[in-house]
Design a protein around this ligand. Structure first.
Ligand code: NAD
Length: 248
């Protein structure tokens, strides 16, 4: 079905690659006007029909200026995030602070900037990309990452509760292990740090997925389309797993 987002304006962060990119493309295909943003604007080349803008979500000033330029929107997707690897003993303050700045405070920034326009319209859907790793399931070596993604779920529920009677919804998506450029990099890093082959490192990621395969970014994007569309109008403050059984 096409046209499910016709007439809606969407902003997607980290739309340059991976899950954010697939969501931006799916929203365009469903008829939305899409502002595809990323800190690396060159990565946005090739997204058909989207308005492409550089946006570093670490900058409150840049986010506010962008929101002012765009005006009121209907859909906000917060996809920017970074996977730090480490335990409590190997995570220094800098890594901890960076993870929270990019994975959590960035969402605080964009939501604070775009919620007033949604309240003006009396409608809006906020979709935050959390993870199966965090409060859904604890994973080894994802100390800071898991803490940030649990925080994303708390933030999402708080926003949903505050605006539940004002037409503004907020939901979190928790993906399992999804094929993406950053996953490829993590596989390379794991192979290098453990002295194993990349094929073996990749298999270790596949093995943690009960379905026996990685997910695709499109499989996450279809869920995002549902949460963005009016079809999900009775759904807010929830975590939505698209995880290939990761949390089973
Ligand atoms: N890939 C997975 O297995 C997986 C699983 C669960 C959750 N997630 C989450 O999904 C989201 C997307 O991950 P992915 O692996 O699909 O994509 P990715 O990590 O491959 O791409 C991330 C994108 O974010 C952009 N980015 C980085 N810092 C930015 C900043 N400061 N401002 C704006 N853009 C910035 C990058 O340029 C890049 O285009 C992240 O929040 C990640 O934590 C991913």
């Amino acid at each position: 079905m096409a046209g499910r987002l016709k007439g809606k304006v969407a902003v997607v962060t980290a739309a340059g690659q991976g899950i954010g990119r697939a969501i931006a493309e799916a929203f365009v295909a469903e008829g939305a006007t899409v502002w595809a943003t990323d800190k690396d604007v060159a990565l946005l080349d090739g997204i058909p029909k989207a308005k492409k803008r550089k946006l570093d979500v670490l900058s409150t000033k840049a986010v506010n200026a962008f929101a002012e330029k765009v005006g009121p929107i209907d859909i906000l997707v917060n996809a920017a995030g970074f996977v730090h690897h480490g335990t409590v003993l190997s995570t220094d303050d800098k890594a901890w602070d960076f993870s929270f700045d990019l994975n959590v405070k960035s969402m605080h920034r964009t939501i604070q900037a775009f919620v007033p326009g949604m309240l003006e319209k009396g409608a809006g859907s906020i979709i935050n990309i959390a993870s199966g790793a965090g409060s859904v399931r604890g994973l080894p070596n994802r100390y800071a990452y898991g803490a940030t993604k649990a925080a994303v779920i708390g933030l999402t529920k708080a926003v949903a509760a505050d605006y539940i009677k004002k037409g503004v919804r907020a939901n979190a998506i928790c993906p399992g292990t999804i094929q993406s450029p950053s996953l490829d990099q993590r596989i390379k890093d794991l192979a290098a740090s453990t002295g194993t082959t990349e094929a073996a490192a990749r298999q270790a990621f596949v093995d943690r997925q009960p379905m026996g395969r990685l997910g695709t970014a499109e499989e996450i994007a279809w869920l995002a389309v549902y949460l963005a569309a009016d079809e999900s109008s009775y759904t807010t403050g929830q975590i939505h797993l698209a995880d290939g059984g990761f949390a089973l």
